[in-house]
Design a protein around this ligand. Structure first.
Ligand code: FES
Ligand SMILES: [Fe+2]
Length: 410
């Protein structure tokens, strides 16, 4: 985020804090709980959002050098991502061209050749079929025609995006739009390093996982013993960028920061920016790095999903960072053993998502599935929820959720 934008957003947070106001969606909307349970909606989402739409596979540092690779099994299409000998990011369908076995099972590593475990056909980091045993007995094939199926892929602003549909496209600037592209460019995610990650299988629809990142109304109750120590609940900035949006949550550290000279103000001390990149990505730059949460639907059950949480560290800040989400008595640790402690802080944050947010999400799913509720309500102070769901609905060709007429609620 550019400096002028940081200052202007910090001032919005301060004025909302001082006036006791919050963003206002202009009214409330009812969201049918079928959105979380209906299997035909789930099938269409998987096809349109998770097969025919570019996917955020990771950050540049997930492929740190030529020969690096990682695999992704979270989509219907299994993907092998590589950085080839020229340093170029590439993505392939992880399926051997002989009879379809995945050529790589390991999560990540460094390799010059990917050798299929079934009959040992081998491929290089550019996906070319470079060898097959007993070629004379197998029969003649043109090896150039049987490389791994390559997927459209692009690396920009530190993001690695690929389209699981080989006939699709990826255009990161087109996807994000000019304003958000500029903002992500300023974050320098391309210089960040990987710190760790976790994955959670949760008994709730993937959109309920996304919903939990859509408001801070719940901080003073659900997170009263955890995040509420560091965040000011129910105060935020909110802006939309086409299908995407940006929230900025307010940290309590903003009160101390306001006494500093303005040239020392930083948005990640005053708040936590939370970007939603359509359809399933939450990107949160923190004071020492970045959290990325991606929610993937289960293949057959709309009431289950997997959340993949990744932590990254900002190389420029590690070792010197003071985190405004870490108690003062632990600040010294940040400087003496930065990576281990930052990793622990990141794990702690992920555990809150697992143990608090996703427990509530699973409870919501149960109410939806048992038919206990036909609808849930999105409040005026929860504009992200309005935007998520109307964006999903528009993309699915469904009617948008209207603002509710208060007189019709009696
Ligand atoms: S399926 Fe891969 S070598 Fe046969
Ligand atoms: Fe939460």
């Amino acid at each position: 985020m550019e400096r002028t934008e940081q200052l202007s957003q910090i001032k919005v947070l301060l004025s909302r804090l001082d006036s006791g106001t919050n963003v206002d969606a202009g009214g409330v909307r009812l969201n049918p709980t079928a959105s979380y349970t209906d299997s035909s909606i789930a099938d269409t989402e998987r096809d349109l959002f998770f097969h025919k739409h570019p996917q955020l596979l990771g950050l540049s540092c997930d492929l740190p050098e030529a020969g690096s690779f990682f695999t992704s099994n979270d989509l219907d299409t299994r993907i092998l991502a590589t950085r080839d000998d020229d340093g170029r990011f590439r993505a392939f369908v992880n399926a051997c061209r002989h009879r379809g076995v995945a050529v790589e099972e390991e999560e990540s590593g460094k390799k010059r050749r990917f050798v299929c475990p079934f009959h040992s056909w081998s491929y290089d980091s550019q996906g070319a079929l470079v060898g097959l045993p007993k070629e004379d007995q197998f029969g003649e094939i043109d090896k150039e025609c049987f490389g791994l199926i390559e997927l459209p892929a692009e690396e920009k602003y530190g993001f690695l995006f690929a389209n699981p549909d080989p006939s699709g496209t990826v255009d990161i600037d087109g996807l994000l739009g000019e304003e958000l592209s500029k903002e992500f460019d300023a974050w320098n995610f391309g210089t960040f390093g990987r710190l760790g990650g976790d994955r959670y299988e949760v008994e709730c629809n993937w959109k309920l996982a996304i919903d939990t990142f859509g408001e801070t109304y719940h901080f003073n109750s659900l997170h009263k013993e955890s995040l509420a120590n560091f965040f000011q609940g129910n105060v935020q900035c909110y802006d939309t960028y086409g299908q995407h949006h940006r929230m900025i949550l307010c940290k309590k550290a903003i009160q101390e920061m306001r006494e500093w000279p303005e040239d020392r103000w930083e948005i990640t001390v005053a708040g936590l920016p939370v970007y939603w990149i359509f359809p399933n990505n939450i990107v949160m730059p923190s004071d020492f790095g970045l959290y990325v949460v991606r929610a993937y639907p289960d293949k057959s059950n709309p009431g289950r999903h997997t959340s993949v949480i990744s932590f990254y560290v900002n190389g420029e800040k590690s070792g010197t960072a003071k985190s405004s989400t870490v108690p003062a008595d632990r600040q010294a640790l940040l400087e003496t053993a930065p990576l281990e402690v930052l990793s622990e802080v990141a794990q702690g944050f992920a555990a809150i998502i697992r143990d608090e947010d996703y427990v509530a999400s699973a409870s919501q799913q149960r109410s939806a599935e048992t038919g206990a509720l036909d609808h849930v309500i999105f409040g005026r102070n929860e504009p992200a929820l309005h935007h998520y769901h109307n964006t999903y609905r528009a993309a699915l060709g469904m009617d948008l959720l209207p603002l509710l007429d208060p007189t019709s609620m009696k």
